[in-house]
Every structure is written in structure tokens, then in C-alpha cells.
Design a protein around this ligand. Structure first.
Ligand SMILES: Cc1ncc(COP(=O)(O)O)c(C=O)c1O
Length: 377
């Protein structure tokens, strides 16, 4: 297996697994109990909170743990909408957000909220000026992802956050893909809310974190016994949280990002060398995640290309709905022609990817692409 799908999920980091083990065995109890069985779990959770806060340039009180990226996006979008419903019902987002944002916004539309879905350019970039143009007296939130999951394009979040601040509007960035790949310090980005998905960060699946700037009111999604300052009730999953904390610390100290972009470019150069303009890069040519290479194999179907390379694990950018092939929302918003978009494959490398794997993937792909049938629309 050649795993080139780190944007979908990452393997668990060894240090994170080690750190979790005691909380899967001998250390049990409820972290909210003040007795001897509960106290060590509380201490472990608070250590993890500090580790995540340090990675994000936040303070521990500004971090809550949750189940991952989807929950964080829902919490911010619905939580701001409910908390500020007397002030306004307008939210600005982009057409290329993850479904966790888009579908939370669509849900709010059914409750009488108005959502502006901004278009992007052909590189998948949102124009901050277009955002400034859309801010109104009743705008309550701007929600723009830090980096796109399919093409990896990085958005000018600090600039957009400045516009939000000037307009007195809350700013949220979904950093599920960017955290661990590029810097995601909230003090530099200037955002009010930021989500982290553990399983994209070499932590376990089912755990995430949400940064909520100190003093900001956000309605809770989970009402209960008031855990995590009342922001997210429910007994904390100690082992998962400890895993996320350890993974955050490893990430903060990680120095191999430059290696990721070398591997990513080696993959593209290898494909381009043999396939020429049959392979088209999708996303921003330079300002994109160091590990992400989304390409369109011109005139082919991405799923066919991957089916012909059984060892390679990667993602395709098209889906079949009611028998009709459709471009992903991101590629459609970028106006990528169907001839290229249908052949889209996202390769994402990670800490364990080797040069050998890249060269072997290139070999398999350049053999497979000419052999798969051309796309019939
Ligand atoms: C940009 C982005 N946001 C949100 C999510 C959802 O995160 P999770 O899988 O942790 O719910 C993902 C997952 O792919 C993502 O890529």
C-alpha cells in the first residue's frame, strides 16, 4: 500500500499512542471526580489543553475539546447564529468550504438566516475585497477555511480577519487541513474561532479542539452538566484528549515540512515529465499546503485512474449523483473544465511518505493513465 491520503486521515503518532496507553488501562475514573481516581485524568486533560493552546498561540482557557472538525464547524456557525440572532442573521462564507460548514449554513438558511457564498478565482482563492464588499450592518460571522481540503489553496485569513474586525463581525477559520502543515497561530491569524481535527494531525480519530477567543459568547451545541466552562458538556474522553495533546506537541516541534513539499513536487515532476499536459495542477501554484498535490488527468476519470493503481491510496474529486458525473463543489467553483475536473485526483503526502513510495506511485500512474478509457460525459 502506498498511502498518499494524509488529508483524509493520518496514522497515529507513536508518542501520542504511548501517552494514551495509561488512560486506556490502569488510569480510569471520571476526570470531574475530585477523588484519587479522577484527579490524574483531570491533570492529564489540562496538560493536553495547554499543549494544544501552545500550538495555536492561545491560552488554555480558550481551548475546548470536541469530537473533531465537523463538530467544531457546526458549533461555531450555529453557536454564533443563535447567540447573535437579535443582532443580525447574515453570514459570509465561500463556495469551497467543507460540507461541515456548507451544510451547517444551509441548515441555518432554513431558519431564516441569509448566507452569502463567495465565489473563488481559478486557483481557489477568496478575494478579501469581495468579502469587504459583502459585509453589512446585520452580518454576524465570516467563515472562511484556512486551507482547502481538495486543492490545498491557502486563504489570506489574517487579511480577512482584519476586515471582520473593522466591520465588528466575528471571524472563524476552519483549520482542519492547515493545522500541522502550516502555521496556525490564532494570535497571527487574528481570528475569533479556529477548529482543529485530531485525525489530520497524527492524533486519534474522534477528537478535535476548538479555539474560542477569550470573552466571546458562543451558544453551546451540547447542553448538560456544564463541562468545559459550559461550552461543551459531556465527560471528556481522557485518552483521546491526551493523544491530541501529545500529537500537538510533536507537531509544534516538527521540522520536516520542507521535506513534504519536496516529495509533493517530486510526484508532480515525475508525472509531468512522462504525461506532459495530460496532467494539470489544480489549486494555487505556490500558495498551497506543502503536502497537497491535486491534479486533473485530462480526459480521464480520476476513479478509473486510481482503480488501475490498486496499491495507491488517494482521493478523487468527482462524484456520481443519479448516474451523472459531477465536479466537486470546489472544482466547479474554480471553473475547472469538466475534461480536467473529472480526472481529478488528490494526492497528499505526510510524515511517513518516502521517496521510494513517490517514485513507485509515479511509475504506476504513468503506466495506468494512458491505459484507462477516456471520459465519456
Ligand atoms: C477542511 C475540513 N473541515 C472539516 C473537516 C471535518 O473534520 P472531521 O472529519 O474531523 O469531522 C474536514 C475533514 O476532511 C476538512 O478537510
Amino acid at each position: 500500500m502506498i498511502y498518499l491520503d494524509y488529508n483524509a486521515s493520518t496514522p497515529l503518532d507513536d508518542a501520542a499512542r504511548e501517552a494514551m496507553l495509561p488512560y486506556l488501562g490502569r488510569s480510569y475514573g471520571n476526570p470531574s471526580s475530585s477523588h484519587a481516581a479522577g484527579r490524574p485524568l483531570r491533570e492529564a486533560i489540562e496538560k493536553a489543553r495547554a499543549q494544544v493552546a501552545e500550538l495555536l498561540g492561545a491560552t488554555p482557557e480558550e481551548i475546548i475539546f470536541n469530537s473533531g472538525g465537523t463538530e467544531g464547524c457546526n458549533h461555531v456557525i450555529k453557536g454564533v447564529a443563535y447567540a447573535l440572532r437579535d443582532r443580525g442573521k447574515h453570514i459570509i462564507t465561500s463556495a469551497i468550504e467543507h460540507a461541515a460548514v456548507l451544510n451547517a449554513c444551509r441548515f441555518l438558511e432554513q431558519q431564516g438566516y441569509e448566507i452569502t457564498y463567495l465565489e473563488v478565482d481559478s486557483n481557489g482563492r477568496v478575494d478579501p475585497k469581495a468579502i469587504a464588499h459583502e459585509v453589512r450592518h446585520d452580518t454576524i460571522l465570516i467563515s472562511i477555511m484556512h486551507a482547502n481540503n481538495e486543492v490545498g489553496t491557502i486563504q489570506p485569513i489574517a487579511e480577512i480577519a482584519e476586515i471582520a474586525r473593522e466591520g465588528g463581525v466575528f471571524m472563524f477559520t476552519d483549520a482542519a487541513q492547515s493545522c500541522g502543515k502550516i502555521e496556525t497561530r490564532v494570535d497571527r491569524l487574528g481570528v475569533d474561532f479556529l477548529t482543529v481535527a485530531g485525525h489530520k494531525l497524527y492524533a486519534p480519530q474522534g477528537i478535535g479542539a476548538l479555539y474560542i477567543r477569550r470573552g466571546v459568547t458562543l451558544e453551546a451545541l451540547h447542553h448538560g452538566a456544564g463541562h468545559q466552562q459550559g461550552r461543551r458538556s459531556g465527560t471528556e474522553p481522557s485518552a483521546l484528549i491526551v493523544g491530541l495533546g501529545a500529537a500537538a506537541e510533536v507537531t509544534r516541534k516538527y521540522e520536516g515540512t520542507a521535506r513534504l513539499s519536496v516529495l509533493r513536487d517530486r510526484l508532480y515532476d515525475g508525472l509531468r515529465h512522462s504525461l506532459g499536459d495530460q496532467v494539470v495542477i489544480l489549486g494555487h501554484p505556490t500558495n498551497r499546503l506543502p503536502n497537497t498535490l491535486c491534479v486533473g488527468f485530462r480526459g480521464r476519470i480520476g476513479a478509473d485512474v486510481l482503480s488501475a493503481c490498486l496499491e495507491i491510496c488517494a482521493s478523487t474529486g468527482t462524484a456520481c449523483h443519479s448516474g451523472r458525473r459531477e465536479r466537486s463543489a470546489t472544482l466547479a467553483a474554480m471553473n475547472v473544465p469538466e475534461e480536467i475536473a473529472f480526472g481529478a485526483v488528490r494526492f497528499s503526502v505526510g510524515r511517513h511518505t518516502t521517496e521510494w513510495e513517490i517514485d513507485s506511485a509515479v511509475e504506476q500512474l504513468i503506466r495506468a493513465v494512458p491505459s484507462v478509457r477516456t471520459a465519456d460525459r
